[in-house]
Design a protein around this ligand. Structure first.
Ligand code: FES
Length: 161
């Protein structure tokens, strides 16, 4: 995962956007690549960043928000340092993924789709990761882990710093 560069008071350093805006200003179809690159810089797309992009590209803020909210690849809230995606698709579900999701929620004290208050972990439920033969499967920070069980999920979550 890319480094999340947020200043200590959580205010994004908007100067980091300048080279990006200079590169893409005036180009047609540039909104998506600019949002992708901005998300790489900050880890997500906070409102200040979206406003700066709108102003810098001379595109209405409503259009920037429209794109950022339409595509699931964009995140408008800050994500955890670790991303855990538990599959609850059919193959995983019949092999007990529901219990793993429950364990994940209990262990972290949040619901699927949320991020812990200390931004340590974001947990998500997805529906098929394309590794059904390994069901139940989770992806932890881009690493696929198969044949999971609730106890194993607990061990994984406790190992994430
Ligand atoms: S259903 Fe879980 S990997 Fe396909």
């Amino acid at each position: 995962m890319s480094e999340v560069r947020i200043t200590p008071d959580d205010t994004p350093d908007l100067k980091q956007l300048d080279p990006l805006l200079d590169e893409y200003r005036g180009q047609k179809g540039a909104v998506i690549p600019v949002l992708q690159k901005a998300q790489k810089i900050y880890g997500y797309l906070p409102p200040e960043v979206l406003r700066r992009i709108a102003a810098g590209m001379r595109v209405p803020l409503s259009k920037i928000y429209g794109v950022a909210t339409f595509y699931s690849q964009f995140y408008l809230t800050r994500r955890g340092r670790h991303i855990v995606r538990q599959c609850d698709g059919t193959a995983c579900h019949v092999r007990g993924a529901g219990k793993i999701v429950e364990r994940m929620e209990q262990e972290l004290g949040i619901r699927a789709g949320q991020t812990t208050a200390d931004y340590r972990v974001t947990c998500e439920v997805v529906y098929c990761l394309g590794s059904c033969g390994l069901a139940p499967v989770a992806v932890v920070n881009d690493q696929t882990i198969g044949k999971l069980a609730p106890e194993k999920m607990t061990t994984i979550l406790r190992s994430l710093e």
